[in-house]
Design a protein around this ligand. Structure first.
Ligand code: MN3
Length: 239
């Protein structure tokens, strides 16, 4: 009979406790595997560029609805529900047809907004170090990136997003997606992006999307974008 020595036993017990903790945390999550994290700053932190009421409605209602609807879609699909979100989105075509559209719209919405809150903040700053070099190399500088990004964001017809993607080798590229689609659906990685759905700007800017796109650069958290750039190059960026 195999008898574990004390060290093995302690490690196994610790692993068991950790596993038990996580399965309990999962079981207690109301309604499913995904949850809405609070905004990492106050609703009014991005004023005057994005007003507090817009942030409140955008996070507490729009993003919350994506999470609720994603969990509801996954309710009877435990195997899909256990996948990390980025894998779920990369394998959309392999998911059961009954939940594919719901995962596309709500899983995409959850991933996009989770990224979006994270890459904004008061204080802004400027790109530094390797990120700054990559922007210079791939766009000819921050001003040119902003110009191309704003033009692309302005051209999104109806609702969608404008993104800067980052390849494993650090190469940056600009892309747009309709609705809640995301480069994650092609196994790409998003460095940062802006939401050009009307709900993101209408209270302050009404139909003036171009003004919103221009003002938005004041609330980009370049330190966080730099951290995402480093994580992407290390193969550790998820959503
Ligand atoms: Mn939105």
């Amino acid at each position: 009979m195999w008898t574990p020595d004390r060290r093995t036993f302690v490690a196994a017990a610790a692993a068991f406790t950790t596993a038990a903790y996580f399965s309990r945390a999962y079981a207690q999550a109301p309604g499913g595997p995904f949850s809405l994290a609070p905004l990492p700053y106050a609703n009014n932190a991005l004023e005057p560029h994005i007003d507090a009421r817009t942030m409140e409605i955008h996070h507490d209602r729009h993003h919350a609805a994506y999470v609720t609807n994603l969990n509801a879609a996954l309710k009877d699909h435990g195997q899909v529900a256990s996948m990390p979100l980025e894998q779920m989105l990369a394998k959309l075509s392999e998911l059961p047809e009954a939940i594919r559209t719901a995962v596309r719209n709500n899983g995409g919405g959850h991933a996009n907004h989770t990224m979006f809150w994270q890459i904004m903040g008061p204080g802004g700053g400027a790109p530094q170090g390797e990120l700054q070099s990559a922007i210079d190399r791939d766009f000819g500088g921050l001003a040119k990136l902003q110009e191309q990004f704003n033009t692309a964001g302005g051209r999104v017809f109806g609702s969608g997003w404008v993104f800067v993607t980052v390849a494993p080798d650090g190469k940056l590229a600009l892309t747009t997606k309709p609705n809640q689609d995301t480069p994650l659906m092609e196994s790409g990685r998003v460095l940062f992006g802006n939401d050009v759905w009307e709900h993101a700007y209408y209270l302050t800017y009404q139909n003036r999307r171009a003004d919103y796109l221009k003002a938005w650069w004041n609330v980009v958290n370049w330190q966080k974008v730099g951290e995402r750039y480093a994580a992407a190059k290390a193969g550790k960026l998820t959503i």
